[in-house]
Design a protein. Structure first.
Length: 138
């Protein structure tokens, strides 16, 4: 299961950002694989519509839950809800948010075979997304 955590910095010791749409970073954490990637929020400096843009980015990452320090704005909240993405408010640092998520969802770690299967599925998802982007650029 993937989670996106809003963060003020690009690592697990960073504070969870108090904002969603304009958070400096998103930590995309795969709870079962116990891996993460910190990515700059592509919507952070948007002139308008940062919340929905951020919600779309979260969905593209395959996240089922968002952890943020504050409540996303109404447009972002509606979009996340319509996409079936749960929003959890949490204040603290990213690594503590990860621990809370693991406890909350009773995450079991996967065998090597299960990890390999999930990584292949992720690769296919990324390849599909890349094709979509290439089609739009044509």
């Amino acid at each position: 299961m993937k989670a996106v955590i809003t963060a003020d910095g690009p690592d697990l010791n960073a504070p969870v950002s108090l904002v969603f749409g304009r958070a400096p970073y998103f930590v995309v954490y795969d709870l079962q694989l116990d891996t993460y990637e910190a990515v700059p929020n592509p919507a952070q400096s948007a002139i308008g519509g940062a919340g929905p843009m951020a919600a779309n980015f979260v969905a593209q990452q395959g996240a089922k839950v968002v952890v943020t320090g504050g409540i996303p704005g109404p447009n972002a909240s509606y979009m996340l809800m319509s996409l079936g993405i749960e929003v959890i408010q949490f204040q603290g640092v990213v690594k503590d948010a990860v621990a809370m998520l693991k406890s909350r969802y009773g995450v079991k770690f996967l065998s090597k075979e299960e990890k390999l299967k999930l990584l292949k599925q992720e690769k296919e998802r990324i390849e599909r997304r890349l094709k979509e982007i290439e089609e739009k650029l044509r």
